[in-house]
Design a protein around this ligand. Structure first.
Ligand code: C5P
Length: 296
């Protein structure tokens, strides 16, 4: 995430993520699922601007920067406002903010857009309101907002995330990864995809034996790509099914689903290969298509 001052305002750019692998370890007593997942941030960014407002007032205006993305909700359901309220309550500040959000990251895609916006809001308002809240406290708030928010908080290029997904251990990527990401027109709801697994509290996940977690320095390889939610997402969405099948036919280094979908991706061996794969995906009208590199 990148922060910059613009006169009295603070401007933030915050990235999307992809899940290279996602293992569902089992279902917990609280209904959530324990996960082991390798997340990488990629170069598609939402932008947020925080400007001064009358005491305590919080407002949000949101705009979509893509014809395919409907304007995000501006009401209290938006994670940006939830994050801002939570920070106000926890810090006891009487400051307010006028927030503007420009969306490029699609929702219901498994790309972490809402979580990334929430993390950016916590980091930016901590600075904008001069709260000096320690990172550990920001992490507690992040975990209350959603399972993926913690990953974005520290701007890791890559991390292995465990627990609900909120415990992020950073790792370094030996070499940047190059992806083609395709988001079919239909989105997928995360709870709906998890519920297809049909796990009861206390029950283990679908893959009893899991590969060892990657070392601190990791090189992305096609064989690493796997996702225990993929069969469920395929069963809920013919568009995901088609997208994954078409990507595989183009023989990139690997293909997979990110998070609970509906976005799918191909890991490519070069930018040249990625441009070729992206061109084919556009020709076949699979959905919105980007060539994206991992963050640094
Ligand atoms: O934490 P987040 O708000 O992203 O989760 C949305 C929903 O996805 C949860 O309410 C839950 O149904 C499901 N979920 C889960 N286990 C996780 C993460 C999400 O069951 N680790």
């Amino acid at each position: 995430m990148r922060l910059s001052r613009q006169g009295p305002s603070l401007f933030v750019q915050t990235p999307a993520k992809l899940n290279i692998f996602l293992d569902v370890v089992g279902r917990r007593q609280d209904g959530f699922h324990d996960l082991e997942t390798l997340m990488v941030s990629v170069g598609l960014y939402d932008s947020l601007r925080f400007s001064p407002a009358a005491d305590g007032q919080l407002t949000l205006k949101s705009h979509s920067l893509s014809l395919q993305i409907p304007p995000p909700p501006e009401g209290p359901r938006n994670l940006v406002l939830k994050a801002a309220r939570l920070l106000q309550q926890e810090s006891g500040t009487d400051r307010g903010a006028e927030i503007t959000l420009w969306k490029r990251i699609p929702s219901e895609a498994g790309m972490g857009g809402g979580s990334s916006d929430a993390a950016a809001t916590l980091v930016a308002l901590n600075e904008f309101w001069n709260l000096q809240m320690p990172a550990s406290q920001l992490h507690d708030l992040a975990a209350q907002l959603g399972s993926d928010v913690n990953f974005f908080l520290d701007s890791h290029p890559a991390a292995v995330c465990t627990g609900r997904g909120e415990m992020a251990t950073p790792l370094r990527l030996g070499k940047p990864g190059c992806f083609v990401v395709v988001k079919p027109a239909d989105g997928l709801s995360t709870p709906a995809v998890f519920s297809v697994l049909g796990l009861k509290p206390g029950e283990g996940g679908p893959s009893p034996s899991r590969d060892p977690l990657p070392e601190r320095l990791c090189r992305l390889r096609g064989e690493m790509i796997r996702n225990d939610l993929q069969t469920a997402a395929r069963s809920l969405s013919p568009a995901v099914e088609r997208c994954l099948d078409e990507l595989q036919r183009l023989h990139p280094a690997g293909t997979g689903l990110t998070g609970s979908g509906s976005a799918c991706f191909a890991l490519c061996r070069s930018v040249r290969e990625a441009r070729h794969v992206a061109g084919r995906c556009r020709q076949r009208r699979l959905g919105q298509v980007w060539v994206l590199m991992t963050g640094t």
